[in-house]
Write a protein that binds this ligand. Sequence first.
Ligand code: SF4
Length: 503
Amino acid sequence: MLIYIKGLQDDRFARPLQLIANLFFEETEVCMEENEQSDLTIDIRLKEESGQAHAMAVLTAKPSDKEYTASYTKKLTADGDKERLKQMKMVASHVFLSVLQEYTSITQKWGILTGMRPTKLFHKHRQAGLTTEEVRQKLQSEYMITEEKIDLMEKILERQLTMVPDLYDVKDEVSIYIGIPFCPTKCAYCTFPAYAIQGKQGRVASFLSGLHYEMEQIGRWLQEKGVKITTVYYGGGTPTAITAEEMDELYALMYEVFPDVENIREITVEAGRPDTITPEKLSILKKWNIDRISINPQSYTQETLKAIGRHHTVEETIEKYHMAKQSGMNNINMDLIIGLPGEGTEEFAHSLDETEKLMPESLTVHTLSFKRASEMTLNKEKYQVADRKEVEKMMNMAEEWTSDHGYVPYYLYRQKNILGNLENVGYSKPGQESIYNIMIMEEVQTIIGIGCGAASKFIDRHTGKIEHFSNPKDPKTYNERFVEYTEKKLNKLNELFSDLPVR
Ligand code: SF4
């Protein structure tokens, strides 16, 4: 689909309009110069007058020449050129979305919002002093978000602020993400740093010695500066893919080098693949007071697991869940994915029925996204997935099921190329929400990434400016360069926390 955007000369408008066009059509391209090949022409007239921005759009369909029109006016509250341009882009996006919605009869529930973190926008306006009602109105009129999604955002905000009452003040603390890049086998939809572990023991050992070094250095810096840790999250890969002894050493080191581990609000270990869970590993987790883990069924249909390359059985997930419960794990998260190949409402209903027998403390419902480098995307024709309507139905089933069973939504994020332009939602029993997930979604504090593929997110405590920094994804490069990467992170931390006295 090629869309010719007439009337706008400034190239800086192309990107936001392209992102909106992608919500409606697969493989869309927008161009700002006349092109005979174009399938649609959308004429956008944008002007600024007496402190207001006006936009008018006319979509002309081919070959019928049928026209769809929309107009919108917004008071400019801009401070400076950059902010002004941002607001003009929003106004153009508004009419662009309106005509496309009318033309396709598809309502985009998230309106013109294409970013990953809708709830962050809600927090931002709340922090700026708007009442909840004022924020709701803004989201509806300026962003065209539907009431249903605004309700969801509001519910999430409430839960987050209940769980972390000092959410707007945790910027003086940090959270830590520890990436362990090994899995028993690689799943078809995966783009995480995950290397099949079989026969790679040498590689694991050298990776772990680099990881230990990073933990010691970062731990020392935190001790010296007196910076507290809010949460620690072991992810990957599958952090339980390493041996019980290796896990034991790792957690012992965490207690030795990180400050005040007893008072860290939450320590999570992803045990995503049930085939990695053993009684020994569970007792190690218990020994070190780690009681939040994630066991991820993704689906309870065996053929699906096989099709996506997860070499474990449905029974194993259930068995390992009970094993974890019996060994004292009292906060277990389970992930489900909507729209896996070959799955529709029937399979998803089955997954929810099975979940009902277990009732984990939290349930994260993802919508399948075609990530660029995954096996599934590279061989898209091999994988049959549900259409937009059915995906939406499954999303509604999840919403209803969780609400009927006493779960509340507490975080959400969106991704590019996600089926039906929907979202991933974390639900939990009230009081069992994952604090780390809230930290990462709302970007309220620095997260230090340690280990393979670990992404650090440095947040300026005064301006909120975010800088990303990633460790190498593959263990080989990591092993060669972890000293250099650690140093870079320490320099950045020194810069961000320079106003704290050395203790
Ligand atoms: S278990 Fe998770 S990290 Fe490992 S290959 Fe599968 S999706 Fe990727």
